[in-house]
Write a protein that binds this ligand. Structure first.
Ligand code: SAH
Length: 345
């Protein structure tokens, strides 16, 4: 069966043509699905009944069932665990900001990158998500939680640049007028620093925001928490980031999880200043969600403020991210891992 949510309008028109249906039906179907959130063929009453019967057989509109929902006490963060067709699960998070709603999407089931602080990779990499499965994460939120959507961030489970083709096709898909009409400036792709793919991304000619998971100001320390640092040294990542900025004119953000006794020292802060001297970047410091399995914990507020102050005084833009959803384990894959633990008991 063809997965409708993976198709662009032009692709759907081609598929319909092969069934002898006119092209304008594709727009009608997209309107039902993306504007009205109608996911049953028999409810698309503008389509002739005989066409609906054919479509029912050939095209699947797979909306993943919600296995669990977690909302933070203040209601600003809602996290869903979705069940895919092959039984794997994926997490999606809605964050209500002052400027609007942002949805944090997963791009893979599991992750191969294996950063020590991140729950996503604990059971390894399983598979890439399809365009349809990424689209479905957005649709579930819009249809069942809130239709309002300001932006998306690819910061859920997975390394988006290791699922490059599907991720790019997905971003183009949700940019279309007939789907979500979301601007590229309202999309952020976060990467652990897959250098060759960062150069590819710069060539795509789309003004996408790029976020880079830095987490340490030198390779020696970075390698201890991010094995990918063995493959791509910081110098190459920074060069690729500069290149991305010069090609796209989009400011690059660096994410820096603050981990007690690991990367939050005065020496680390000073090194961050040196690393980014005279560069036009923004550092997004994020208090780690404690990871008891590997013994990584949040620094005290005082330590975090000291880190931020030193970087700021060094002339670098830095914000300390307001924590969202730590009580519902919003960070990367923690809900999915919990579920798998329960399943395997
Ligand atoms: N693979 C991509 C996208 C995954 S999102 C990447 O590495 O960028 C990665 C982001 O999730 C991190 O930069 C961080 O902002 C957040 N994150 C992951 N684990 C976390 C944890 N334990 N606590 C807080 N934030 C975490």
């Amino acid at each position: 069966m063809i997965d409708l949510l993976s198709l662009t309008l032009a692709e759907l028109q081609q598929v319909l043509a092969s069934y002898g249906m006119p092209a304008f039906r594709a727009k009608q179907i997209f309107h039902y699905v993306y504007q009205q959130f109608v996911f049953q063929w028999d409810q698309m009453t503008l389509l002739p009944k005989k066409d609906r019967i054919v479509l029912q057989e050939k095209l699947r509109i797979f909306i993943p069932p919600v296995l669990s929902t977690l909302a933070s006490e203040d209601g600003t963060t809602i996290k869903l665990l979705l069940s895919l067709q092959d039984g794997h699960t994926v997490e999606t998070v809605l964050m209500r900001h002052d400027y609007g709603n942002a949805i944090c999407l997963s791009t893979q089931v599991g992750c191969a990158v294996n950063c020590s602080f991140c729950a996503s990779a604990k059971n390894g990499f399983i598979r890439n998500l399809t365009v349809g499965e990424m689209t479905a994460q957005l649709l579930v939120f819009r249809a069942y939680v809130t239709p309002e959507l300001h932006s998306i961030v690819l910061m859920g489970t997975g390394e988006p640049l290791l699922n490059y083709d599907a991720v790019l096709a997905f971003l183009r898909h949700i940019h279309e007028k007939e789907t979500f009409y979301l601007g590229y400036r309202n999309m952020t792709l976060s990467t652990s620093g897959i250098v060759p793919k960062m150069y590819d991304l710069a060539k795509e000619n789309i003004p996408l925001n790029l976020a880079i998971s830095l987490h340490a100001p030198n390779d020696v320390l970075r390698r201890t928490i991010m094995p990918i640092a063995d493959v791509y040294p910081l110098e190459d990542i920074l060069k690729a980031a500069d290149h991305y900025f010069s090609e796209t004119h989009r400011k690059v953000t660096f994410e820096y999880i603050l981990i007690r006794d690991v990367n939050c020292t005065t020496a680390c802060a000073t090194e961050v200043v040196r690393l980014f001297a005279r560069k036009n970047v923004l550092i997004n410091a994020i208090p780690i969600n404690d990871n008891y399995d590997v013994g990584l914990y949040r620094p005290t507020t005082k330590m975090m403020q000291r880190f931020v102050r030193i970087v700021k005084n060094g002339g670098i833009s830095i914000t300390l991210r307001r924590e969202m959803g730590s009580e519902i384990q919003a960070a990367c894959g923690q809900l999915r891992i919990q579920r798998e633990k329960v399943d395997s008991i």
